[in-house]
Ligand binder design. Sequence first.
Ligand code: DAH
Length: 336
Amino acid sequence: MKEKIEALVSQLEAEIKDTNSLDQIEAIRVKYLGKSGELTQMMPLIKTLPNEEKPTFGKWINDAKVAMESMITNAKNEVLAKELDFKLAKESIDVTLPGYQFKQASIHPLSLVIEDLEDYFIGQGFNVAEGPELEQDLYNFEMMNLAKGHPAREMHDSFYVTETELMRTHTSPVQARFMLQAAGNPIAIISPGKTYRRDPDDATHSHQFMQCEGLVVGENISFANLKAVLLGMARHLFGEAREIRLRPSYFPFTEPSVEVDVMFTKKDGSKRWIEVLGAGMVHPNVLKMGGYNPEVMNGFAFGIGVERIAILKYGIDDIRNFYTNDRRFLNQFKGE
Ligand code: DAH
């Protein structure tokens, strides 16, 4: 009897050695210690034994049960430990691996110039205003003192979308819109944005380009105020010692009108004036149409060529670079 019981223990020991899952171990436990397990089935035999043999038999069975249970517990613990090791190995992070390589993006040079302009003008007390690119003839031309048939309309060869709507040829219509909105109150705004003309596309012309409009309306606004604001702008954009020059010009919406040049020094040391914007004192007709009494209120306005500024600032020689999205070009403006 004793041998049989010990044989069961050895059998279990041999079987449990090769297990590697809790399910397998449980099956072995049931096989020997379950309700009809091999060891369990031997227990009732005790009743058939003479009284003096009963304690010895009971001890064999009990020792076998304790041994089996301890083997089962050990085996279970081993499997659990292995599973944990496996899980840890799988979830571990290798801190020595190289990180993901994120490419740093760059800000478009035209956006850089606009940010720079906004920076300066907001500092001078201006607000940034916006107007639609699909504009009404009324704002784009008429309220800018360019009545139908006005010869200056020819400077603005335009993309008409309907009889009365066109892609705006300049940012000046924002002036008209804001005058009406301000309802007779003082104004100081700039308005950067896209503009469109039927120009051929070449190194110096584009059917789409950007301007930044400026408008100040108030009492006793002088030409000297205009000059001071523009000189400050040139120095903010291009450096402290920068000089500007105002040349008489003509725009229908300003009187007097000027073109503004900024002084640049070429590589060979020679100096050169380069035109960057148009400006002037707001024409009385424009003020009147905008709801102001030109006897009481006046103002100045200007229109900056954004590409012009970018070309000068970054030494770009072909305007098409701004629109073709060549990343070799754009990547040069990282970290500006
Ligand atoms: N709108 C003009 C253009 O597109 C630029 C301009 C000139 C705007 C003088 C102004 C200004 O506000 O006063 O050529």
